[in-house]
Design a protein. Structure first.
Length: 142
């Protein structure tokens, strides 16, 4: 049995909702009960690590999946946002000893983002779910 928390950014919601749908569907296909999946939406990608940390601290979940979309054309501070979000997610994982999956798309444009939602580059929501389950199993085996 797995308990998974998902934190998803509302910014670029046309992309992040598809990420969320794919992640949820893949988790269920992998045997995670829908009742064992918690979802919290936050305003933007920068807010993902704080809520991921709250999920980690409560010790009820086996992994936290962070989903977002930072698209260069949408913001002038793209590099700063990408760096802070990736660092924050990594910090939570290392500080709290829980898999925190970085399911944040960092693309140059919307077309690249959609290519990662079932297009040319697969579906990153599915990949995030697969990674969460694999990391949970690795952590349990150590």
């Amino acid at each position: 049995m797995y308990k998974i928390a998902i934190v998803v950014s509302r910014f670029n919601s046309v992309v992040t909702e598809k990420l969320l749908d794919g992640t949820r569907a893949r988790l269920i296909k992998l045997g995670v009960s829908e009742g064992e999946i918690a979802v919290t939406k936050v305003p933007g990608a920068v807010e993902l690590p704080l809520v991921a940390k709250q999920y980690a601290e409560c010790k009820k979940y086996d992994a936290v999946i962070c989903l977002g979309a930072v698209i260069r054309g949408e913001t002038t501070h793209y590099d700063y946002v990408c760096q802070q979000v990736s660092y924050g997610c990594q910090r939570v994982a290392l500080d709290m000893d829980i898999p925190v999956i970085f399911g944040v798309l960092t693309t140059e444009n919307r077309e690249q983002a959609f290519d990662r939602l079932g297009g040319e580059h697969g579906h990153k929501g599915y990949d995030s779910a697969d990674t969460a389950i694999e990391m949970i199993n690795i952590m349990r085996s150590l």
